[in-house]
Write a protein that binds this ligand. Structure first.
Ligand code: TRP
Ligand code: SF4
Length: 327
């Protein structure tokens, strides 16, 4: 039987950090074993918020593909492509926009939230309102059965489902209605205990060197109630401990927990141990990154190959769409 199909994308607005691994990429990696996966760079989507500073988009496109491969996404198993290279996305977006009712877009909670939050940019634009319609085109183009996304994106995928149903009802039943495959939120926070984000300047990047990781870890905020080393700490309120749970050996995690609770280990030592575990986990990524970067043209080749495979499917879908829309 044909494998079921997965589509997901990332906006190229900077290199990836640990939040992306735990909030998306580990899941993407697991999925590529059982599904036919299409992972793409949503550069047109990035333009909705970065239209004043589009330089970041191209650079991040390459950075992100390198990040993907370094954690074990495999271009032999999955198709990596760039949205703007497949012009059919724009055509499908246009057709969908003809029958997508405005209120569906205006009441989208993610849209309303972002209008309030992204105050530094003017995103009161036609393109930004239509963001989920473009996303629907990305997903339905490949007739995806599932879309792995975080909670914040689930209203968008719900809209994709509505758009698929409306298209099927108006014209012809050609689109499967895709499932939302919800990825749990990453438990780890940034080094300042806020959500890890490039914009907050609190992220540990996949591409950080050992020295940088050590420095960032040493700056991490721990249990805010533990003022002195002689005070017992509360691992369950400490972000450093969350990192230990993810990156240190089980026995050591237990020891650290007890040490923290009984004040026999200090935060400086605890962080040093954590940085060691984290660096150990990042080492294979660093090696892979070096290997990729030593092969000139490799990323371009991977993108070209992925674009070709995605492009063939997109061409077929549009042919079918034009037929049933009678245009
Ligand atoms: N909106 C998604 C995000 O910001 C990116 C995206 C664009 C996407 N098109 C998609 C995700 C299609 C899944 C499927 O994370
Ligand atoms: Fe956090 Fe470790 Fe300090 Fe405990 S000892 S508060 S777990 S950094």
């Amino acid at each position: 039987m044909e494998k079921k199909r997965i589509v997901s994308g990332m906006r190229p607005t900077g290199k990836l950090h640990l939040g992306h691994i735990h909030g998306a990429l580990n899941n993407w990696k697991a999925l590529q074993e059982d599904y036919q996966c299409f992972y793409f760079i949503a550069d047109w989507h990035a333009l909705t918020s970065e239209y004043e500073h589009p330089e970041i988009i191209k650079q991040s496109t390459e950075d992100i593909i390198i990040d993907w491969i370094s954690i074990g996404l495999d271009p032999e198993k999955s198709v990596f492509f760039v949205q703007s290279s497949i012009k059919e996305h724009a055509e499908l977006f246009l057709i969908f926009s003809m029958f997508t009712p405005l209120p569906w877009l205006e009441r989208n909670p993610t849209y309303k939230e972002q209008l309030q939050e992204l105050t530094k940019r003017d995103i009161y634009t036609y393109g930004f309102l239509g963001y989920p319609v473009l996303q629907a085109a990305d997903i339905l183009m490949y007739k995806a059965n599932g879309v792995p996304v975080g909670q914040d994106q689930s209203p968008h995928v719900e809209l994709t489902r509505e758009i698929a149903r409306r298209f099927n009802h108006l014209y012809s039943d050609i689109f499967p209605v895709p499932e939302v495959l919800l990825t749990p939120e990453a438990k780890i926070l940034g080094i300042d205990r806020r959500k890890m984000s490039k914009g907050y300047n609190n992220a540990i990047f996949l591409s950080d060197t050992e020295v940088t990781v050590n420095k960032k870890v040493s700056e991490m905020i721990t249990d805010p109630q533990r003022a002195r080393k002689s005070d017992p700490g509360r691992p369950s309120f400490c972000n450093v401990f969350t990192f230990h749970e993810l990156y240190s050996k089980k026995d050591n995690v237990q020891e650290i927990k007890e040490g923290c609770l009984s004040a026999s280990i200090g935060c400086v030592e605890c962080k040093r141990l954590m940085a060691e575990s984290l660096n150990k986990a990042l080492e294979p990524l660093r090696e892979k990154r070096q290997e990729i970067q030593s092969k000139t043209g490799l990323i371009d080749d991977i993108i070209n190959e992925g674009n070709k495979r995605a492009g063939e499917i997109a061409k077929n879908t549009l042919k079918e769409v034009r037929e049933v829309v009678k245009i």
